[in-house]
Design a protein around this ligand. Structure first.
Ligand code: ITT
Length: 204
């Protein structure tokens, strides 16, 4: 039987990326929707790690299962790391098209376009043991919004230095190989394998 993990997120794009990352392993990810849980924990922490833990704990109170949460964001050098932990809450009532336009406007005067994505993933077991995994990926803020349909959030304005294209032009599998979330997930995978909670599904 597959090992079950609850994903403490309301972001369906994160669910897709994580499910894709673990598709060859004996793990099933349950969403808040699957469990009919309507929770939107307040992200009052000052760091990605604090916020990931807040989200994992909020969900863990309602389920007797292992929970993981991801808190992530875009940090732009010329804007002193902004939007960072505010990536989701900043201009919350606006669409990502509008948020991305606003970032490009703020960046108009800056020559230094360097930026990074960071993801902090927390795993919280039913017996309350927890582990943290962090991943980062570097790139540059583009001059224009890329209108290719892949990705989500800030992907259309993030040119990956490693893929040599905007994240919005990468497939989920491709993005997972070098992304902040993919790198944090790789560390989580190793931990789950080491604990023998999951194994690789054997090819037939
Ligand atoms: P949950 O808290 O329910 O998981 P959220 O979207 O609010 O969903 P965060 O609080 O972690 O998630 O906010 C992170 C925001 O940073 C997210 O909404 C995106 O706008 C952005 N972000 C994070 N990872 C990203 C990625 O891989 N590509 C593009 N944008 C990303």
């Amino acid at each position: 039987m597959n090992y079950e993990i609850v994903l403490a997120t309301n972001n369906q794009a994160k669910v897709q990326e994580i499910r894709t990352f673990f598709k060859d392993y004996t793990v099933t990810f349950l969403t808040l929707d699957d469990l009919k849980l309507k929770l939107k924990p307040k992200e009052t922490g000052r760091t990605f790690l604090e916020n990931a833990l807040l989200k994992a704990k909020a969900v863990s109170q309602h389920v007797n299962k292992t929970v993981i949460a991801d808190d992530s964001g875009l940090q732009i050098d010329a804007l002193q790391g902004f939007p960072g932990v505010y990536s989701s809450r900043w201009l919350e009532d606006k669409t990502y098209e509008e948020k991305n336009k606003e970032i490009l406007r703020l960046m108009h005067v800056h020559k230094n376009r360097k930026a990074q994505f960071t993801s902090a993933i927390v795993i919280l077991y039913p017996h309350k043991e927890m582990r943290f995994f962090v991943g980062t990926t570097i790139g540059k803020i583009t001059r224009d919004i890329d209108h290719h349909p892949n990705g989500f959030g800030y992907d259309p304005i993030f040119f990956s230095d490693e893929l040599m294209k905007p994240f919005s032009q990468a497939s989920i599998e491709e993005k997972n190989t070098i992304s902040h979330r993919g790198r944090a997930a790789a560390k989580l995978l190793q931990c789950l394998l080491d604990k023998r909670l999951i194994t690789k599904i054997k090819a037939r």
